[in-house]
Ligand binder design. Sequence first.
Ligand SMILES: *[C@@H]1O[C@H](CO)[C@@H](O)[C@H](O)[C@H]1NC(C)=O
Length: 278
Amino acid sequence: TAHIHQDARPQKNSCDFSGLSFVILQLFAIFAFATCGGYTGQLRVSVDCMEKASSNLSIGIDFGYPFRLHQVSFEAPACEATRRERVFLIGDYSSSAEFFVTIAVFAFLYSLVATVVYVFFLNKYREISRAPLIDFTVTVVFSFMWLVSSSAWAKALSDVKLATDPDEVQLLIPACKIQTNKCGSVHGARWSGVNTSVAFGFLNFVLWAGNIWFVFKETGWHKGASRLAGGASEKQAGTFNQQPYNQGSFEQSGSYSSQGQPSEYSEVGGPTSYSNQM
Ligand SMILES: *[C@@H]1O[C@H](CO)[C@@H](O)[C@H](O)[C@H]1NC(C)=O
């Protein structure tokens, strides 16, 4: 039983590390879709008519995710007795906003599944030779999608800011086109929350792109390359080797630099790891 215990320890360390990195990816994905998908903002304009009785100096206009601004309307005084007119904002930015949130939600779900697999089914994952390959491909696709969706959302958000600028919204009110009426902006929408969603989008891109390396190590291409280069498959050896190798995964990665490692352990570890890949 002592033998089994020694085998299990390095394996546990390496899976904890991967599990933790996937938990971080989950959190950042949640921040990204929550800050974008949960956004609501309000701007406020004033219409000061020549006949003061029909003025409205505080017209609030609410909007939010998914930024279908052409469906957002408000009542503005027509400056003719008590008549009012319905005014619509311009633009539909839902495709970019929904694309961003969709990628964030799927990235969250994938990293949730990956956490469960890494923490509870790491042995099964390594037995199925195609699993790391699929993991690698999905991670590459997700980092690309984070880049594309964050860029699209950043562009859409700057357009939304322009379309909901109180100074621009005033120009849509028919009564404001008449010189004798005075229109003004009371306040614009707050953007700090939704600005963070763009920042989190690009941060997620960086994290996923960085995670490509960790997943790449699981594909075996890296191990094949390191054997060809004369190095031994240290990581695999440390994980599957029958030899009592009690150090954790961080010390294992440290052994890349020190070439003076005992060669017998890598020779024993090498063949077992390659048979696992096939
Ligand atoms: C001004 O417009 C708001 C809508 O934003 C409305 O609720 C309010 O009753 C209006 N005030 C007057 C005096 O018409």
